[in-house]
Design a protein around this ligand. Structure first.
Ligand code: SF4
Length: 338
């Protein structure tokens, strides 16, 4: 176990974790809600530091990050634990683990960075479970990765605050933030969290950091699929994060406590995309769907030329140069391309 950062000692031997808005105050021997931050002898320790529970090479498109080094592979790393309690979690073996929460072999950030170099992988991604509950390991990993000239990214729910948020995102080259709904009641009832801190994180990343930002939102039939909510969310993204922010609408397949739920109809996803475009967003994608014309391709926002064609995880960079400039009209497509 490694001593955590982002905590303060409080009365009666408790410690307060300041990493996320839950502000857990575990007593001696107890854990925070995320499972992997514990009070050990009056110190907050991280059971997740150095203990990857999942490690794989993925296409960057799988994260999804569509405007970051398209067609490359990334080294994906996850640990255990989560600070949300989504009833539709698709990774609950990692997010709600049994046991100690960090029982795997110790793997240092330097070893992981060296592995990425050896495999000629240009970017490492903190993903699979919520990196906000293991910010120290993700940040040390980012430092090790940057020391070798590689990039670092995160896939996160954005439920992180204060100094942890600042220190975390200043080290990230790119992030995909999962905006689970645009209703606080949804966050409270289905995720055990709140909406406002997530919106704060999104605005913080966009305005205060150089981290490239994409947003994913999962449309769930009956829970989060109404025209009104999609309209509010997409107008907010365009206004607060900017029209060049890629937005991914993801299709729901039943999972976890909601495994009996119906899949999101394609018509709902297509309608949401139309609404987003109408609200001014330039890059709107559909996830977990196959064979939908235009659902995953990147077009020039000025002249409409196909810049990147995608087929599953196969990527064809047809209409842009190394810097992301459209070969037809010269307009730059926002992103990290080289
Ligand atoms: S990161 Fe974990 S321990 Fe810290 S406040 Fe959030 S849920 Fe609690």
């Amino acid at each position: 176990m490694s001593t955590a950062r982002f905590w303060t000692p409080v009365e009666d031997g408790r410690v307060q974790c300041d990493a996320c808005p839950h502000g857990c105050r575990p007593v001696e021997g107890a854990r925070g809600r995320c499972f992997v931050r514990l009070n050990r002898e009056g110190r907050l320790v991280s059971a997740a530091w150095g203990r990857p529970a999942a490690l794989a090479v993925d296409p960057v498109e799988k994260k999804p990050l569509y405007h970051v080094l398209p067609g490359t592979s990334v080294l994906s790393i996850g640990t255990l634990g989560c600070n949300l309690a989504c009833r539709f979690c698709q990774n609950d073996s990692l997010s709600r683990p049994q046991g100690e929460g960090g029982a795997g072999p110790l793997v240092s950030p330097e070893e992981l960075a060296a592995l990425a170099v050896r495999e000629q992988i240009p970017m490492v991604v903190a993903t699979y479970n919520e990196p906000a509950v293991w910010p120290e390991y993700a940040m040390d990993l980012a430092d090790a990765v940057h020391a070798r000239g590689l990039r670092m990214a995160a896939v996160t729910s954005g439920y992180i605050q204060g100094e942890a948020r600042r220190e975390f995102f200043r080290r990230m080259d790119a992030a995909n933030v999962d905006l689970k709904s645009f209703r606080d009641s949804f966050y409270r009832n289905l995720c055990g969290a709140r909406l406002a801190p997530v919106l704060e994180t999104l605005v913080y990343i966009r305005r205060e950091t150089a981290c490239w930002l994409e947003v994913t939102t999962l449309l769930i039939p009956g829970w989060y699929d109404s025209e009104a909510e999609v309209d509010e969310l997409t107008a907010w993204v365009a206004e607060e994060l900017g029209p060049d922010t890629p937005l991914h609408f993801s299709r729901f397949h039943g999972a976890s406590d909601m495994s009996a739920g119906e899949d999101t109809p394609l018509s709902t996803l297509l309608r949401a995309k139309q609404q987003a475009v109408r609200n001014g967003l330039h890059y709107v994608y559909l996830g977990n769907v196959h064979g939908v014309d235009g659902g995953v391709d990147t077009l020039c926002k000025a002249c409409g030329r196909m810049l990147i064609a995608r087929n599953g995880f196969r990527v064809n960079r047809l209409g842009m140069d190394e810097e992301g400039k459209c070969l037809a009209c010269g307009t730059i497509c926002a992103g990290i391309w080289a």
